[in-house]
Design a protein around this ligand. Structure first.
Ligand SMILES: Cc1ncc(COP(=O)(O)O)c(C=O)c1O
Length: 395
């Protein structure tokens, strides 16, 4: 064991007993390199983060030049910082749906926290509806939205007032009432193993929210910025949320998140009392400069329009007797195996052979493929061939 690995295991907090433990040297494009010079094809994007790949020159340049100009100057919301303003304006333009006011935070979980506070504050109600098998983050509020007690039992009591309904079950929408502050939904349930919305579930949820004065919070933390083949998944599924949550790919590899709403909704935080939600580092200038560069690239280069072709190519190639089903929304894919016992040997085998894939939190017979959106067809062939040969070895 290398010294670095021993120090990692002893001094860096561990989230599980078997970390992947790749000792990273550098990363470029769709590849990550370890300190022994081994190359890994990134089929995971660090959980849907590195959509533009690693070390994209526009992001690197934005980070460098902003760091040279200024970094932290004041807690969020007090100083006027050009990267924040420009990102918020550009985002409102590309959304073009009335969501015109962005609150910047540091992560996805924080976006969730801010949004549920905003919904309670704006509606004056406290009840929150979440879906079974949803994942919205690991802070106390976000954790309280989870339905699976295996994960949450050790932390009870959670935030009061949370009820769960089943995703894709329109009859459960009746539980949204005029007592409900908000429903929070992923447009595609990611950690449940890529469960895509059926029929008009999201549209029916939108309608029920309108009837009851409930705010619809859409968690696009994993689906945003082109992952599903549309800039945002709500555009694909034909709805407009009241509060949109963003993070992960937003910063092009830098840590940033946001919740976005109409200005009249967001203003609930501003007075009586003021300081409804505050953060020191939210919208850090270096991270927003990176996010602005990311938004510029993803909205001007032909990346998103090629996602669905790449999705089809994956689907054509991912055929094997041990594969039961492939579920996908763009380049967010779940490959379901015929037996859950195959999952960990497959993931380990793939990593040993240089392809990074991952498991899901709430689906133990499927693995995740979510490569950088910039992956080319050669990379798709290379990676899937390796996955197929690892599957062959498991028959
Ligand atoms: C859909 C969704 N929401 C929220 C989060 C939480 O984001 P973060 O880990 O940045 O706090 C995640 C993270 O995986 C996610 O996938």
């Amino acid at each position: 064991m290398t010294l670095q690995r021993r120090l990692f295991l002893n001094h860096v907090a561990q989230t599980g007993p078997f970390p992947f433990g790749i000792e990273v040297s550098h990363a470029e494009g769709v590849y990550i390199y370890d300190t022994d010079g081994k190359r890994y094809l990134d089929f995971d994007s660090g959980i849907s983060v590195s959509s533009l790949g690693h070390g994209h020159p526009a992001i690197v340049q934005a980070v460098k030049s902003q760091a040279e100009k200024y970094m932290h100057t004041m807690v969020y919301g007090e100083h006027i910082q050009a990267p924040q303003v420009q990102f918020a304006v550009r985002l409102a333009q590309v959304l073009n749906n009335g969501l015109d006011c962005t609150y910047f935070v540091n992560s996805g979980s924080e976006a969730v926290e801010g949004a549920i506070k905003l919904a309670r504050r704006f509606t004056g109600r406290y009840e929150i509806i979440s879906c079974s098998n949803a994942y919205h983050g690991s802070t106390m509020g976000a954790e309280s939205l989870r339905s699976d007690t295996d994960f949450t039992m050790a932390y009870v009591p959670g935030v009061p007032g949370v009820k769960h309904i089943r995703f894709n079950q329109k009859e459960d929408l009746k539980y949204i009432t005029n007592k409900t502050a908000c429903i929070i939904l992923e447009p595609v349930q990611a950690e449940a193993g890529v469960i895509v919305p059926t029929d008009d579930f999201l549209k029916a949820a939108r309608k029920r929210c309108d009837e009851t004065g409930t705010l619809m919070i859409l968690d696009e933390i994993q689906t945003g910025f082109g992952r599903t083949g549309y800039l945002f998944a709500h555009q694909k599924y034909g709805i407009v949320p009241d509060i949109l949550l963003l993070a992960k790919a937003m910063g092009g590899g830098m840590p940033i998140g946001a919740f976005v709403a109409k200005r009249e909704v967001m203003q609930a935080f501003t007075q009586n009392p003021m300081l409804g939600h505050i953060t020191t580092f939210g919208g850090h200038p270096v991270c927003t400069a990176a996010a602005l560069a990311m938004l510029q690239v993803i909205t001007t280069e032909d990346i998103v329009c090629k996602v669905s072709y790449k999705e089809q190519l994956f689907r054509e190639l991912l055929v094997h007797p041990l594969i039961r089903e492939v579920r996908s929304s763009g380049l967010l894919m779940a490959v379901e195996l015929t037996d859950k016992k195959l999952l960990m040997p497959l993931i380990d085998g793939a990593i040993r052979r240089g392809v990074l894939i991952d498991y899901f939190l709430f689906n133990d017979n499927s693995f995740r493929i979510a490569p950088p959106l910039i992956i080319e067809k050669e990379g798709i062939h290379e990676g899937v061939q390796i996955l197929i040969s690892v599957l062959d070895s498991l028959i």
